[in-house]
Design a protein around this ligand. Structure first.
Ligand code: ADP
Ligand code: ADP
Length: 237
């Protein structure tokens, strides 16, 4: 059984065309996406803005219900058993919200460890391990307000791993991150994979997907255009 399995996922957004307008417009954001991600695989969804990457990730992580189609994460149906899915996954989205600037990196992680019900006896060790993993050991007492964008993004990743998820969803992890910090971020993502975490990431950077991912699905206009290893995809163009 794959770690993530999507069969013919579709999602339509419908919204009013204007303030008080009775007419609704429809956007077919995702149109029949099927994919499998193996345990421990680093899988990339590569596509331009508006391709349907975030919508796909949100259906897999139970934040959005599919309009049709099915998906399972670690064997649990995302629509029927969302709570079981949420317990086993981590989700980190592009953009930079949710950290407490006035708190240190350590206190941010302590705070989220409480929210995620990390066993208090395990918190210290777990947090130290994650700071090490994301390359922030030694900086944990500093306030987050002084952190660079890349450091913040690595702290987001640590936060998303506090509850030891088996599957991690990373939506546009390197958005707004400078090239050097992006390299550090790739290093962190590779380390995660080496430790056995299944990772599904989205990106619109071809080079990032090429360098990091075991397999890539190229998505455009809500449809998968090509799927394979970086070498297989290159052989086709
Ligand atoms: P990506 O992550 O690849 O940039 P998205 O999944 O965010 O793509 O968006 C896919 C399409 O769905 C786009 O055309 C976008 O404008 C549209 N869309 C996304 N979210 C909404 C929403 N909440 N309401 C209406 N349309 C949306
Ligand atoms: P390479 O991965 O190229 O063999 P290093 O392991 O020295 O080289 O790491 C390359 C870059 O990643 C360096 O800038 C280093 O500061 C940074 N780095 C090292 N460990 C981590 C980590 N766990 N998370 C993020 N960045 C890291």
């Amino acid at each position: 059984m794959p770690a993530i399995e999507a069969v013919d996922l579709c999602r339509t957004y419908s919204s009013r065309t204007g303030w008080l307008s009775p007419r609704r417009s429809h956007v077919d954001a995702v149109r029949g996406v099927s994919l499998d991600v193996g345990h421990g695989e680093l899988f990339g969804l590569l596509g331009p803005n508006g391709a349907g990457k975030t919508t796909t990730i949100k259906m897999l992580n139970t934040l959005l219900l599919p309009t049709s189609g099915t998906a399972r994460v670690l064997g649990y149906d995302v629509a029927r058993d969302p709570v079981a899915v949420r317990r086993r996954i981590g989700y980190i989205f592009g953009g930079d919200r949710g950290l407490y600037d006035r708190l240190s990196a350590m206190d941010n992680l302590r705070y989220f460890a409480e929210i995620y019900h990390v066993d208090p006896r395990e918190q210290r060790g777990r947090i130290a391990e994650l700071l090490e993993l994301v390359g922030l050991s030694g900086r944990e007492k500093e306030r987050v307000e002084g952190f660079s964008r890349g450091m913040r993004q690595r702290l987001h990743i640590a936060r998303g791993l506090l509850h030891r998820p088996d599957v991690l969803f990373l939506d546009e992890p390197s958005i707004g991150v400078d090239p050097v910090a992006a390299r550090d971020l790739r290093h962190t993502i590779r380390t995660l994979k080496e430790r056995g975490t299944t990772v599904l990431l989205t990106t619109h950077y071809m080079a990032e997907a090429d360098e990091l991912c075991d397999r890539i699905a190229v998505i455009a206009a809500g449809t998968i255009q090509a799927l394979g290893t970086p070498a297989e995809l290159k052989a086709r163009v």
